[in-house]
Write a protein that binds this ligand. Structure first.
Ligand SMILES: [Zn+2]
Length: 139
């Protein structure tokens, strides 16, 4: 019983280290990219309009990348909080234990494989319906 508990702690310790490393990487990358965002897009009302559009596009591109990394950073933070509170490794939807295999692959996983698949399907459907409606407004 005792050795079993220790083994589990070791796994979580390892995952925690991984999460901390990942958090550091994300923080650095978000920080350095934030400095690279072109500021012309934010100021550019007086400038040439095509120039302005290009800068806007770049800002948007950087913004999307940042958003993705910031989102990932949040997941990593959340996982670290869960380790502290002892909730780590539990599926948020069905409360089942997430397999160690899955946690080793994605240390910040919030759902078990089954629930993640379901969620992915739902958000893919949502995305495609959003794309379809923005496509319609652009026409
Ligand atoms: Zn689940």
């Amino acid at each position: 019983m005792k050795s079993r508990a220790r083994k589990k702690d070791e796994t979580i310790d390892k995952l925690k280290q991984e999460l901390l490393t990942r958090r550091e990487q994300l923080l650095q990358s978000v920080r350095s990219q934030r400095q690279e965002i072109p500021e012309r897009g934010l100021q550019g009302a007086a400038g040439d309009s095509s120039d302005h559009a290009a800068a806007d596009y770049a800002t948007e591109l950087f913004g999307a990348l940042l958003e993705k990394q910031a989102g990932n950073l949040e997941e990593v933070e959340l996982a670290l909080q869960k380790i502290e509170s002892g909730q780590y490794g539990k599926c948020e939807l069905c409360d089942k234990q997430i397999t160690h295999k899955r946690l080793r692959a994605i240390a910040w996983a919030r759902m078990c494989h089954d629930c993640q698949e379901k969620q992915d399907r739902i958000s893919a459907e949502r995305r495609s319906s959003v794309n379809a409606s923005s496509w319609r407004t652009n026409q």
